[in-house]
Design a binder for this molecule. Sequence first.
Ligand code: PEP
Ligand code: MN
Length: 339
Amino acid sequence: MIVVMKQNASQEEIDSVVRRIEKLGMQAHLSNGEERTIIGVVGRTQPVDRYGFEMMGGVEKTVPILAPFKIASRDFQQENTVIRLNGVKIGGPEVVIIAGPCSVESREQLLETAHAVKEAGAVILRGGAFKPRTSPYSFRGLGLKGLELLAEAREETGLYVITEVLSADKVSLVSEYADILQIGARNMQNFALLEAAGRTNKPVMLKRGMMATMHELLMSAEYILSQGNRRVMLCERGIRTFEQYTRNTFDINAIPALKQMTHLPIIADPSHGTGKWELVAPIARAAIAAGADGIIVEVHPHPAEALSDGAQSLKPEKFAQLVSEVRTIAEAIGRSTWQ
Ligand code: PEP
Ligand code: MN
């Protein structure tokens, strides 16, 4: 249920609604919109006496939230969530470009890529220090050294940094270095990790599991949100289908469909969504046209030598070309890109 407060409701009235919710053993999640405050009531499955709340001072109405994801739903918050990283806003009118190598491999590789993507128009640098790999014998990342290199690249370029955190016990370590925590497809339902990320105030990019429905993705987002961290963005990165020509099937439907269901920003990952560098630009363009709030793209100066995901990595020149195309598409739909 949500409690919609009147436009002129006082702080006192809001506080007493919150107290009543807490007295009933539930949690109150406030959404301070431009016009009014909305209070989400979550934490139990039995019905609540809505009318008791409607009698309270400052309350305009109560509305049941039908979706099982509460805080993530558009019913709870109509306006888009905008995640601010100092100057950059994710989820606002400007489309955000995130790029970098799949894995941080070396100082030279990371800095060369970071400068190149910055030059091309990216505002956030990606790069895995802890890599989830199908085989335990594959390159699994540089770990702490990788985080240190990401911090150095941020220092040199001014780019923000997003990197994956693989387990709950690494959330505080990765948070020391990252501006955005990435939770990968394989961990979308690692509930301990989701809750640990929810207890930080770092922005989190939650990737859709390769066999997860949109509904399951939103329920996972709810784990983070319900711990108090509202700075969550979702990432469509392709799902597994019977098609084998591409690594995954990028689900373009998910972008406008998630936009209907949730107020959270949606980022598109055409690299994992296709697995083939030749398909990355067309799918990135399509994702922006479909309403994505940003793209995350793998870029490597020498894809043939990459220690992970070389086949889907763009060379810097191709990436620069893609950014200019994305800009054109963004403008065609009344948006622009952060530079
Ligand atoms: C990645 O971003 O490099 C990655 C491992 O992505 P995903 O979790 O979507 O497979
Ligand atoms: Mn990758």
